[in-house]
Design a protein around this ligand. Structure first.
Ligand SMILES: C[S@@+](CC[C@H](N)C(=O)[O-])C[C@H]1O[C@@H](n2cnc3c(N)ncnc32)[C@H](O)[C@@H]1O
Length: 177
């Protein structure tokens, strides 16, 4: 069984095409951004974070010219990009950093409401959710409540270890049309 991030990356690598348009909604230290940018050599990755430290860390590591690193909240993604093929959220806070600067259910849900209309047909939103801390658990509950409200225009799957307490997990929202 794959661990959570390798699973999220495998889904992205099987779905993306060389020219796809991708959003990393929480670029942090740039690990996901770099992974995604290698999958779309003729496409583009728009990487967002609200923390200047995260923006610096990601910029320092980027070697290709198919990435734009944007210091703004993911609820504003639609101000920068349209016709998106894949969005990845890796929720929570930057490891070894201020855990108060974290994603919140209010902003994450607002971001999803703004992003879903700008997705291409068959596009994916991959969300890595962490329930091991209080804020993450609340975010998980609210997020799943939001997902319950989605119409049949979307299919949502979940990848989770069942015999572990409060495990991280992956949600995949697919836009069907
Ligand atoms: C778990 S880390 C991301 C890890 C990252 N994807 C990587 O590969 O290193 C979560 C990130 O979300 C960022 N974040 C929190 N709220 C945000 C928001 N509203 N918009 C964009 N980024 C946000 C945090 O600053 C933090 O860097």
């Amino acid at each position: 069984m794959l661990r959570i991030i390798p699973f999220a990356h495998k889904v992205a690598s099987e779905y993306l095409k060389q020219g796809s348009t991708v959003v990393d909604a929480t670029c942090g230290n740039g690990n996901d951004t770099i992974f995604l940018s290698k999958l779309v050599p003729n496409g583009h990755v728009y990487a967002f974070d609200i923390q200047s430290k995260a923006i610096e860390n990601t910029k320092k590591r980027i070697k290709s010219d198919n990435v734009s690193v944007i210091n703004d909240s993911h609820e504003n993604i639609s101000n920068y990009v349209n016709n998106v093929d894949l969005v990845m959220f890796n929720l929570g806070y930057l490891p070894n950093s201020n855990s108060n600067i974290t994603t919140t259910h209010q902003v994450t849900i607002r971001a999803l409401e703004n992003i879903l209309p700008i997705l291409n047909r068959n596009a994916l939103v991959i969300i890595v959710v962490y329930t091991g801390h209080e804020n993450g658990m609340l975010e998980s509950i609210k997020l799943e409540g939001f997902i319950d409200t989605l119409s049949s225009e979307y299919s949502v799957s979940k990848y989770e270890v069942l015999n572990k307490k409060n495990p991280p997990y992956v949600l995949i929202i697919k836009k069907n049309r």
